[in-house]
Design a binder for this molecule. Structure first.
Ligand code: NAP
Length: 238
């Protein structure tokens, strides 16, 4: 059996996803770099390889059943199994014209955000779960946000984005229950407020810093926590 572990990171052509891919690659994982745009994916794979990381590109739009099914087939062909899944791909959604004020909510924005941030994570997870089950120590990390914490209610008001992460957290707990008798360990994390295109680079926190908690959860021991929500400081209130 091939001992090199393979990690799929969705939306990893840039931002936190790329930093997670780079760090896991540096730690010895073979990276399945999931990205929807051909040129951006090819470029990101080349950048990882330039840094000595073993990587292959996986065409992946998390909102498309066909794309996700094809991505799972690509990983099976390239690697035979999957050891780590990082559900990182995510969008904030439009906020102009009160699109994310609940009293004037643009339901198309809500639908698009949920389709990407929640349905996308479920779609990808279920497509690759058979490959994860072939690993000795499968790990799933859902990249969430403390904006999804009902207890904290932090960050700007974004009535599509924040609830999408609340739902992602809840789904994470449901998966943990469903997988409790297996070796598949699943958790959610918050990277903190990180300088990426998503935030207009309006932060002093680097993608590498933001990636650290996802990498830690991706490399948990078998007896590590399950179904939790963590940042660098520890558990985050739901
Ligand atoms: P980013 O730089 O905008 O990167 C987002 C990534 O997701 C890009 O690679 C993008 O691909 C990809 N993506 C979007 N829709 C996709 C789809 N339908 N299929 C496949 N890939 C798709 O954002 P980021 O800041 O790194 O955010 C990464 C994750 O961290 C998100 O889940 C976000 O909610 C979460 N997060 C970020 C922060 C923060 O402060 N930045 C805080 C808390 C949580 P394209 O290049 O093709 O658009």
């Amino acid at each position: 059996m091939n001992t090199t572990k393979t990690a799929l990171v969705t939306g990893s052509n840039k931002g936190i996803g790329y930093a997670v891919a780079h760090e896991l690659g540096t730690q010895g994982f073979r990276i399945a770099l999931g990205a929807r745009d051909d040129a951006r994916r090819t470029d990101a794979v080349a950048r990882l390889r330039n840094d000595g990381i073993e990587a292959f590109g996986v065409a992946l739009d998390v909102t498309s059943d066909a794309s996700v099914a094809a991505a799972a087939a690509t990983i099976e062909r390239e690697a035979g199994r999957l050891d780590v899944l990082i559900n990182n791909a995510g969008i904030g959604g439009r906020t102009d014209d009160g699109a994310q004020d609940p009293t004037t909510m643009d339901l198309d924005v809500l639908q698009h955000v949920l389709e990407t941030n929640v349905f996308g994570a479920i779609r990808v997870t279920n497509a690759v779960l058979p490959l994860l089950r072939q690993s000795d120590s499968p790990r799933i990390v859902n990249v969430s946000s403390n904006m999804g914490s009902l207890a904290l209610q932090t960050g700007p008001q974004m009535a599509a984005y924040a609830p999408s992460k609340t739902l992602l957290n809840s789904i994470t707990a449901q998966y943990a229950r469903a997988l409790s008798n297996t070796n598949v360990v699943i958790n959610a994390c918050c990277p903190g407020y990180v300088a990426t295109d998503f935030t207009g680079h309006n932060s002093g926190r680097s993608p590498e810093q933001g990636a650290a908690i996802a990498v830690a959860l991706a490399t948990l021991p078998d007896n590590g926590p399950r179904g939790g929500f963590f940042d660098d400081a520890g558990p985050i209130p739901w």
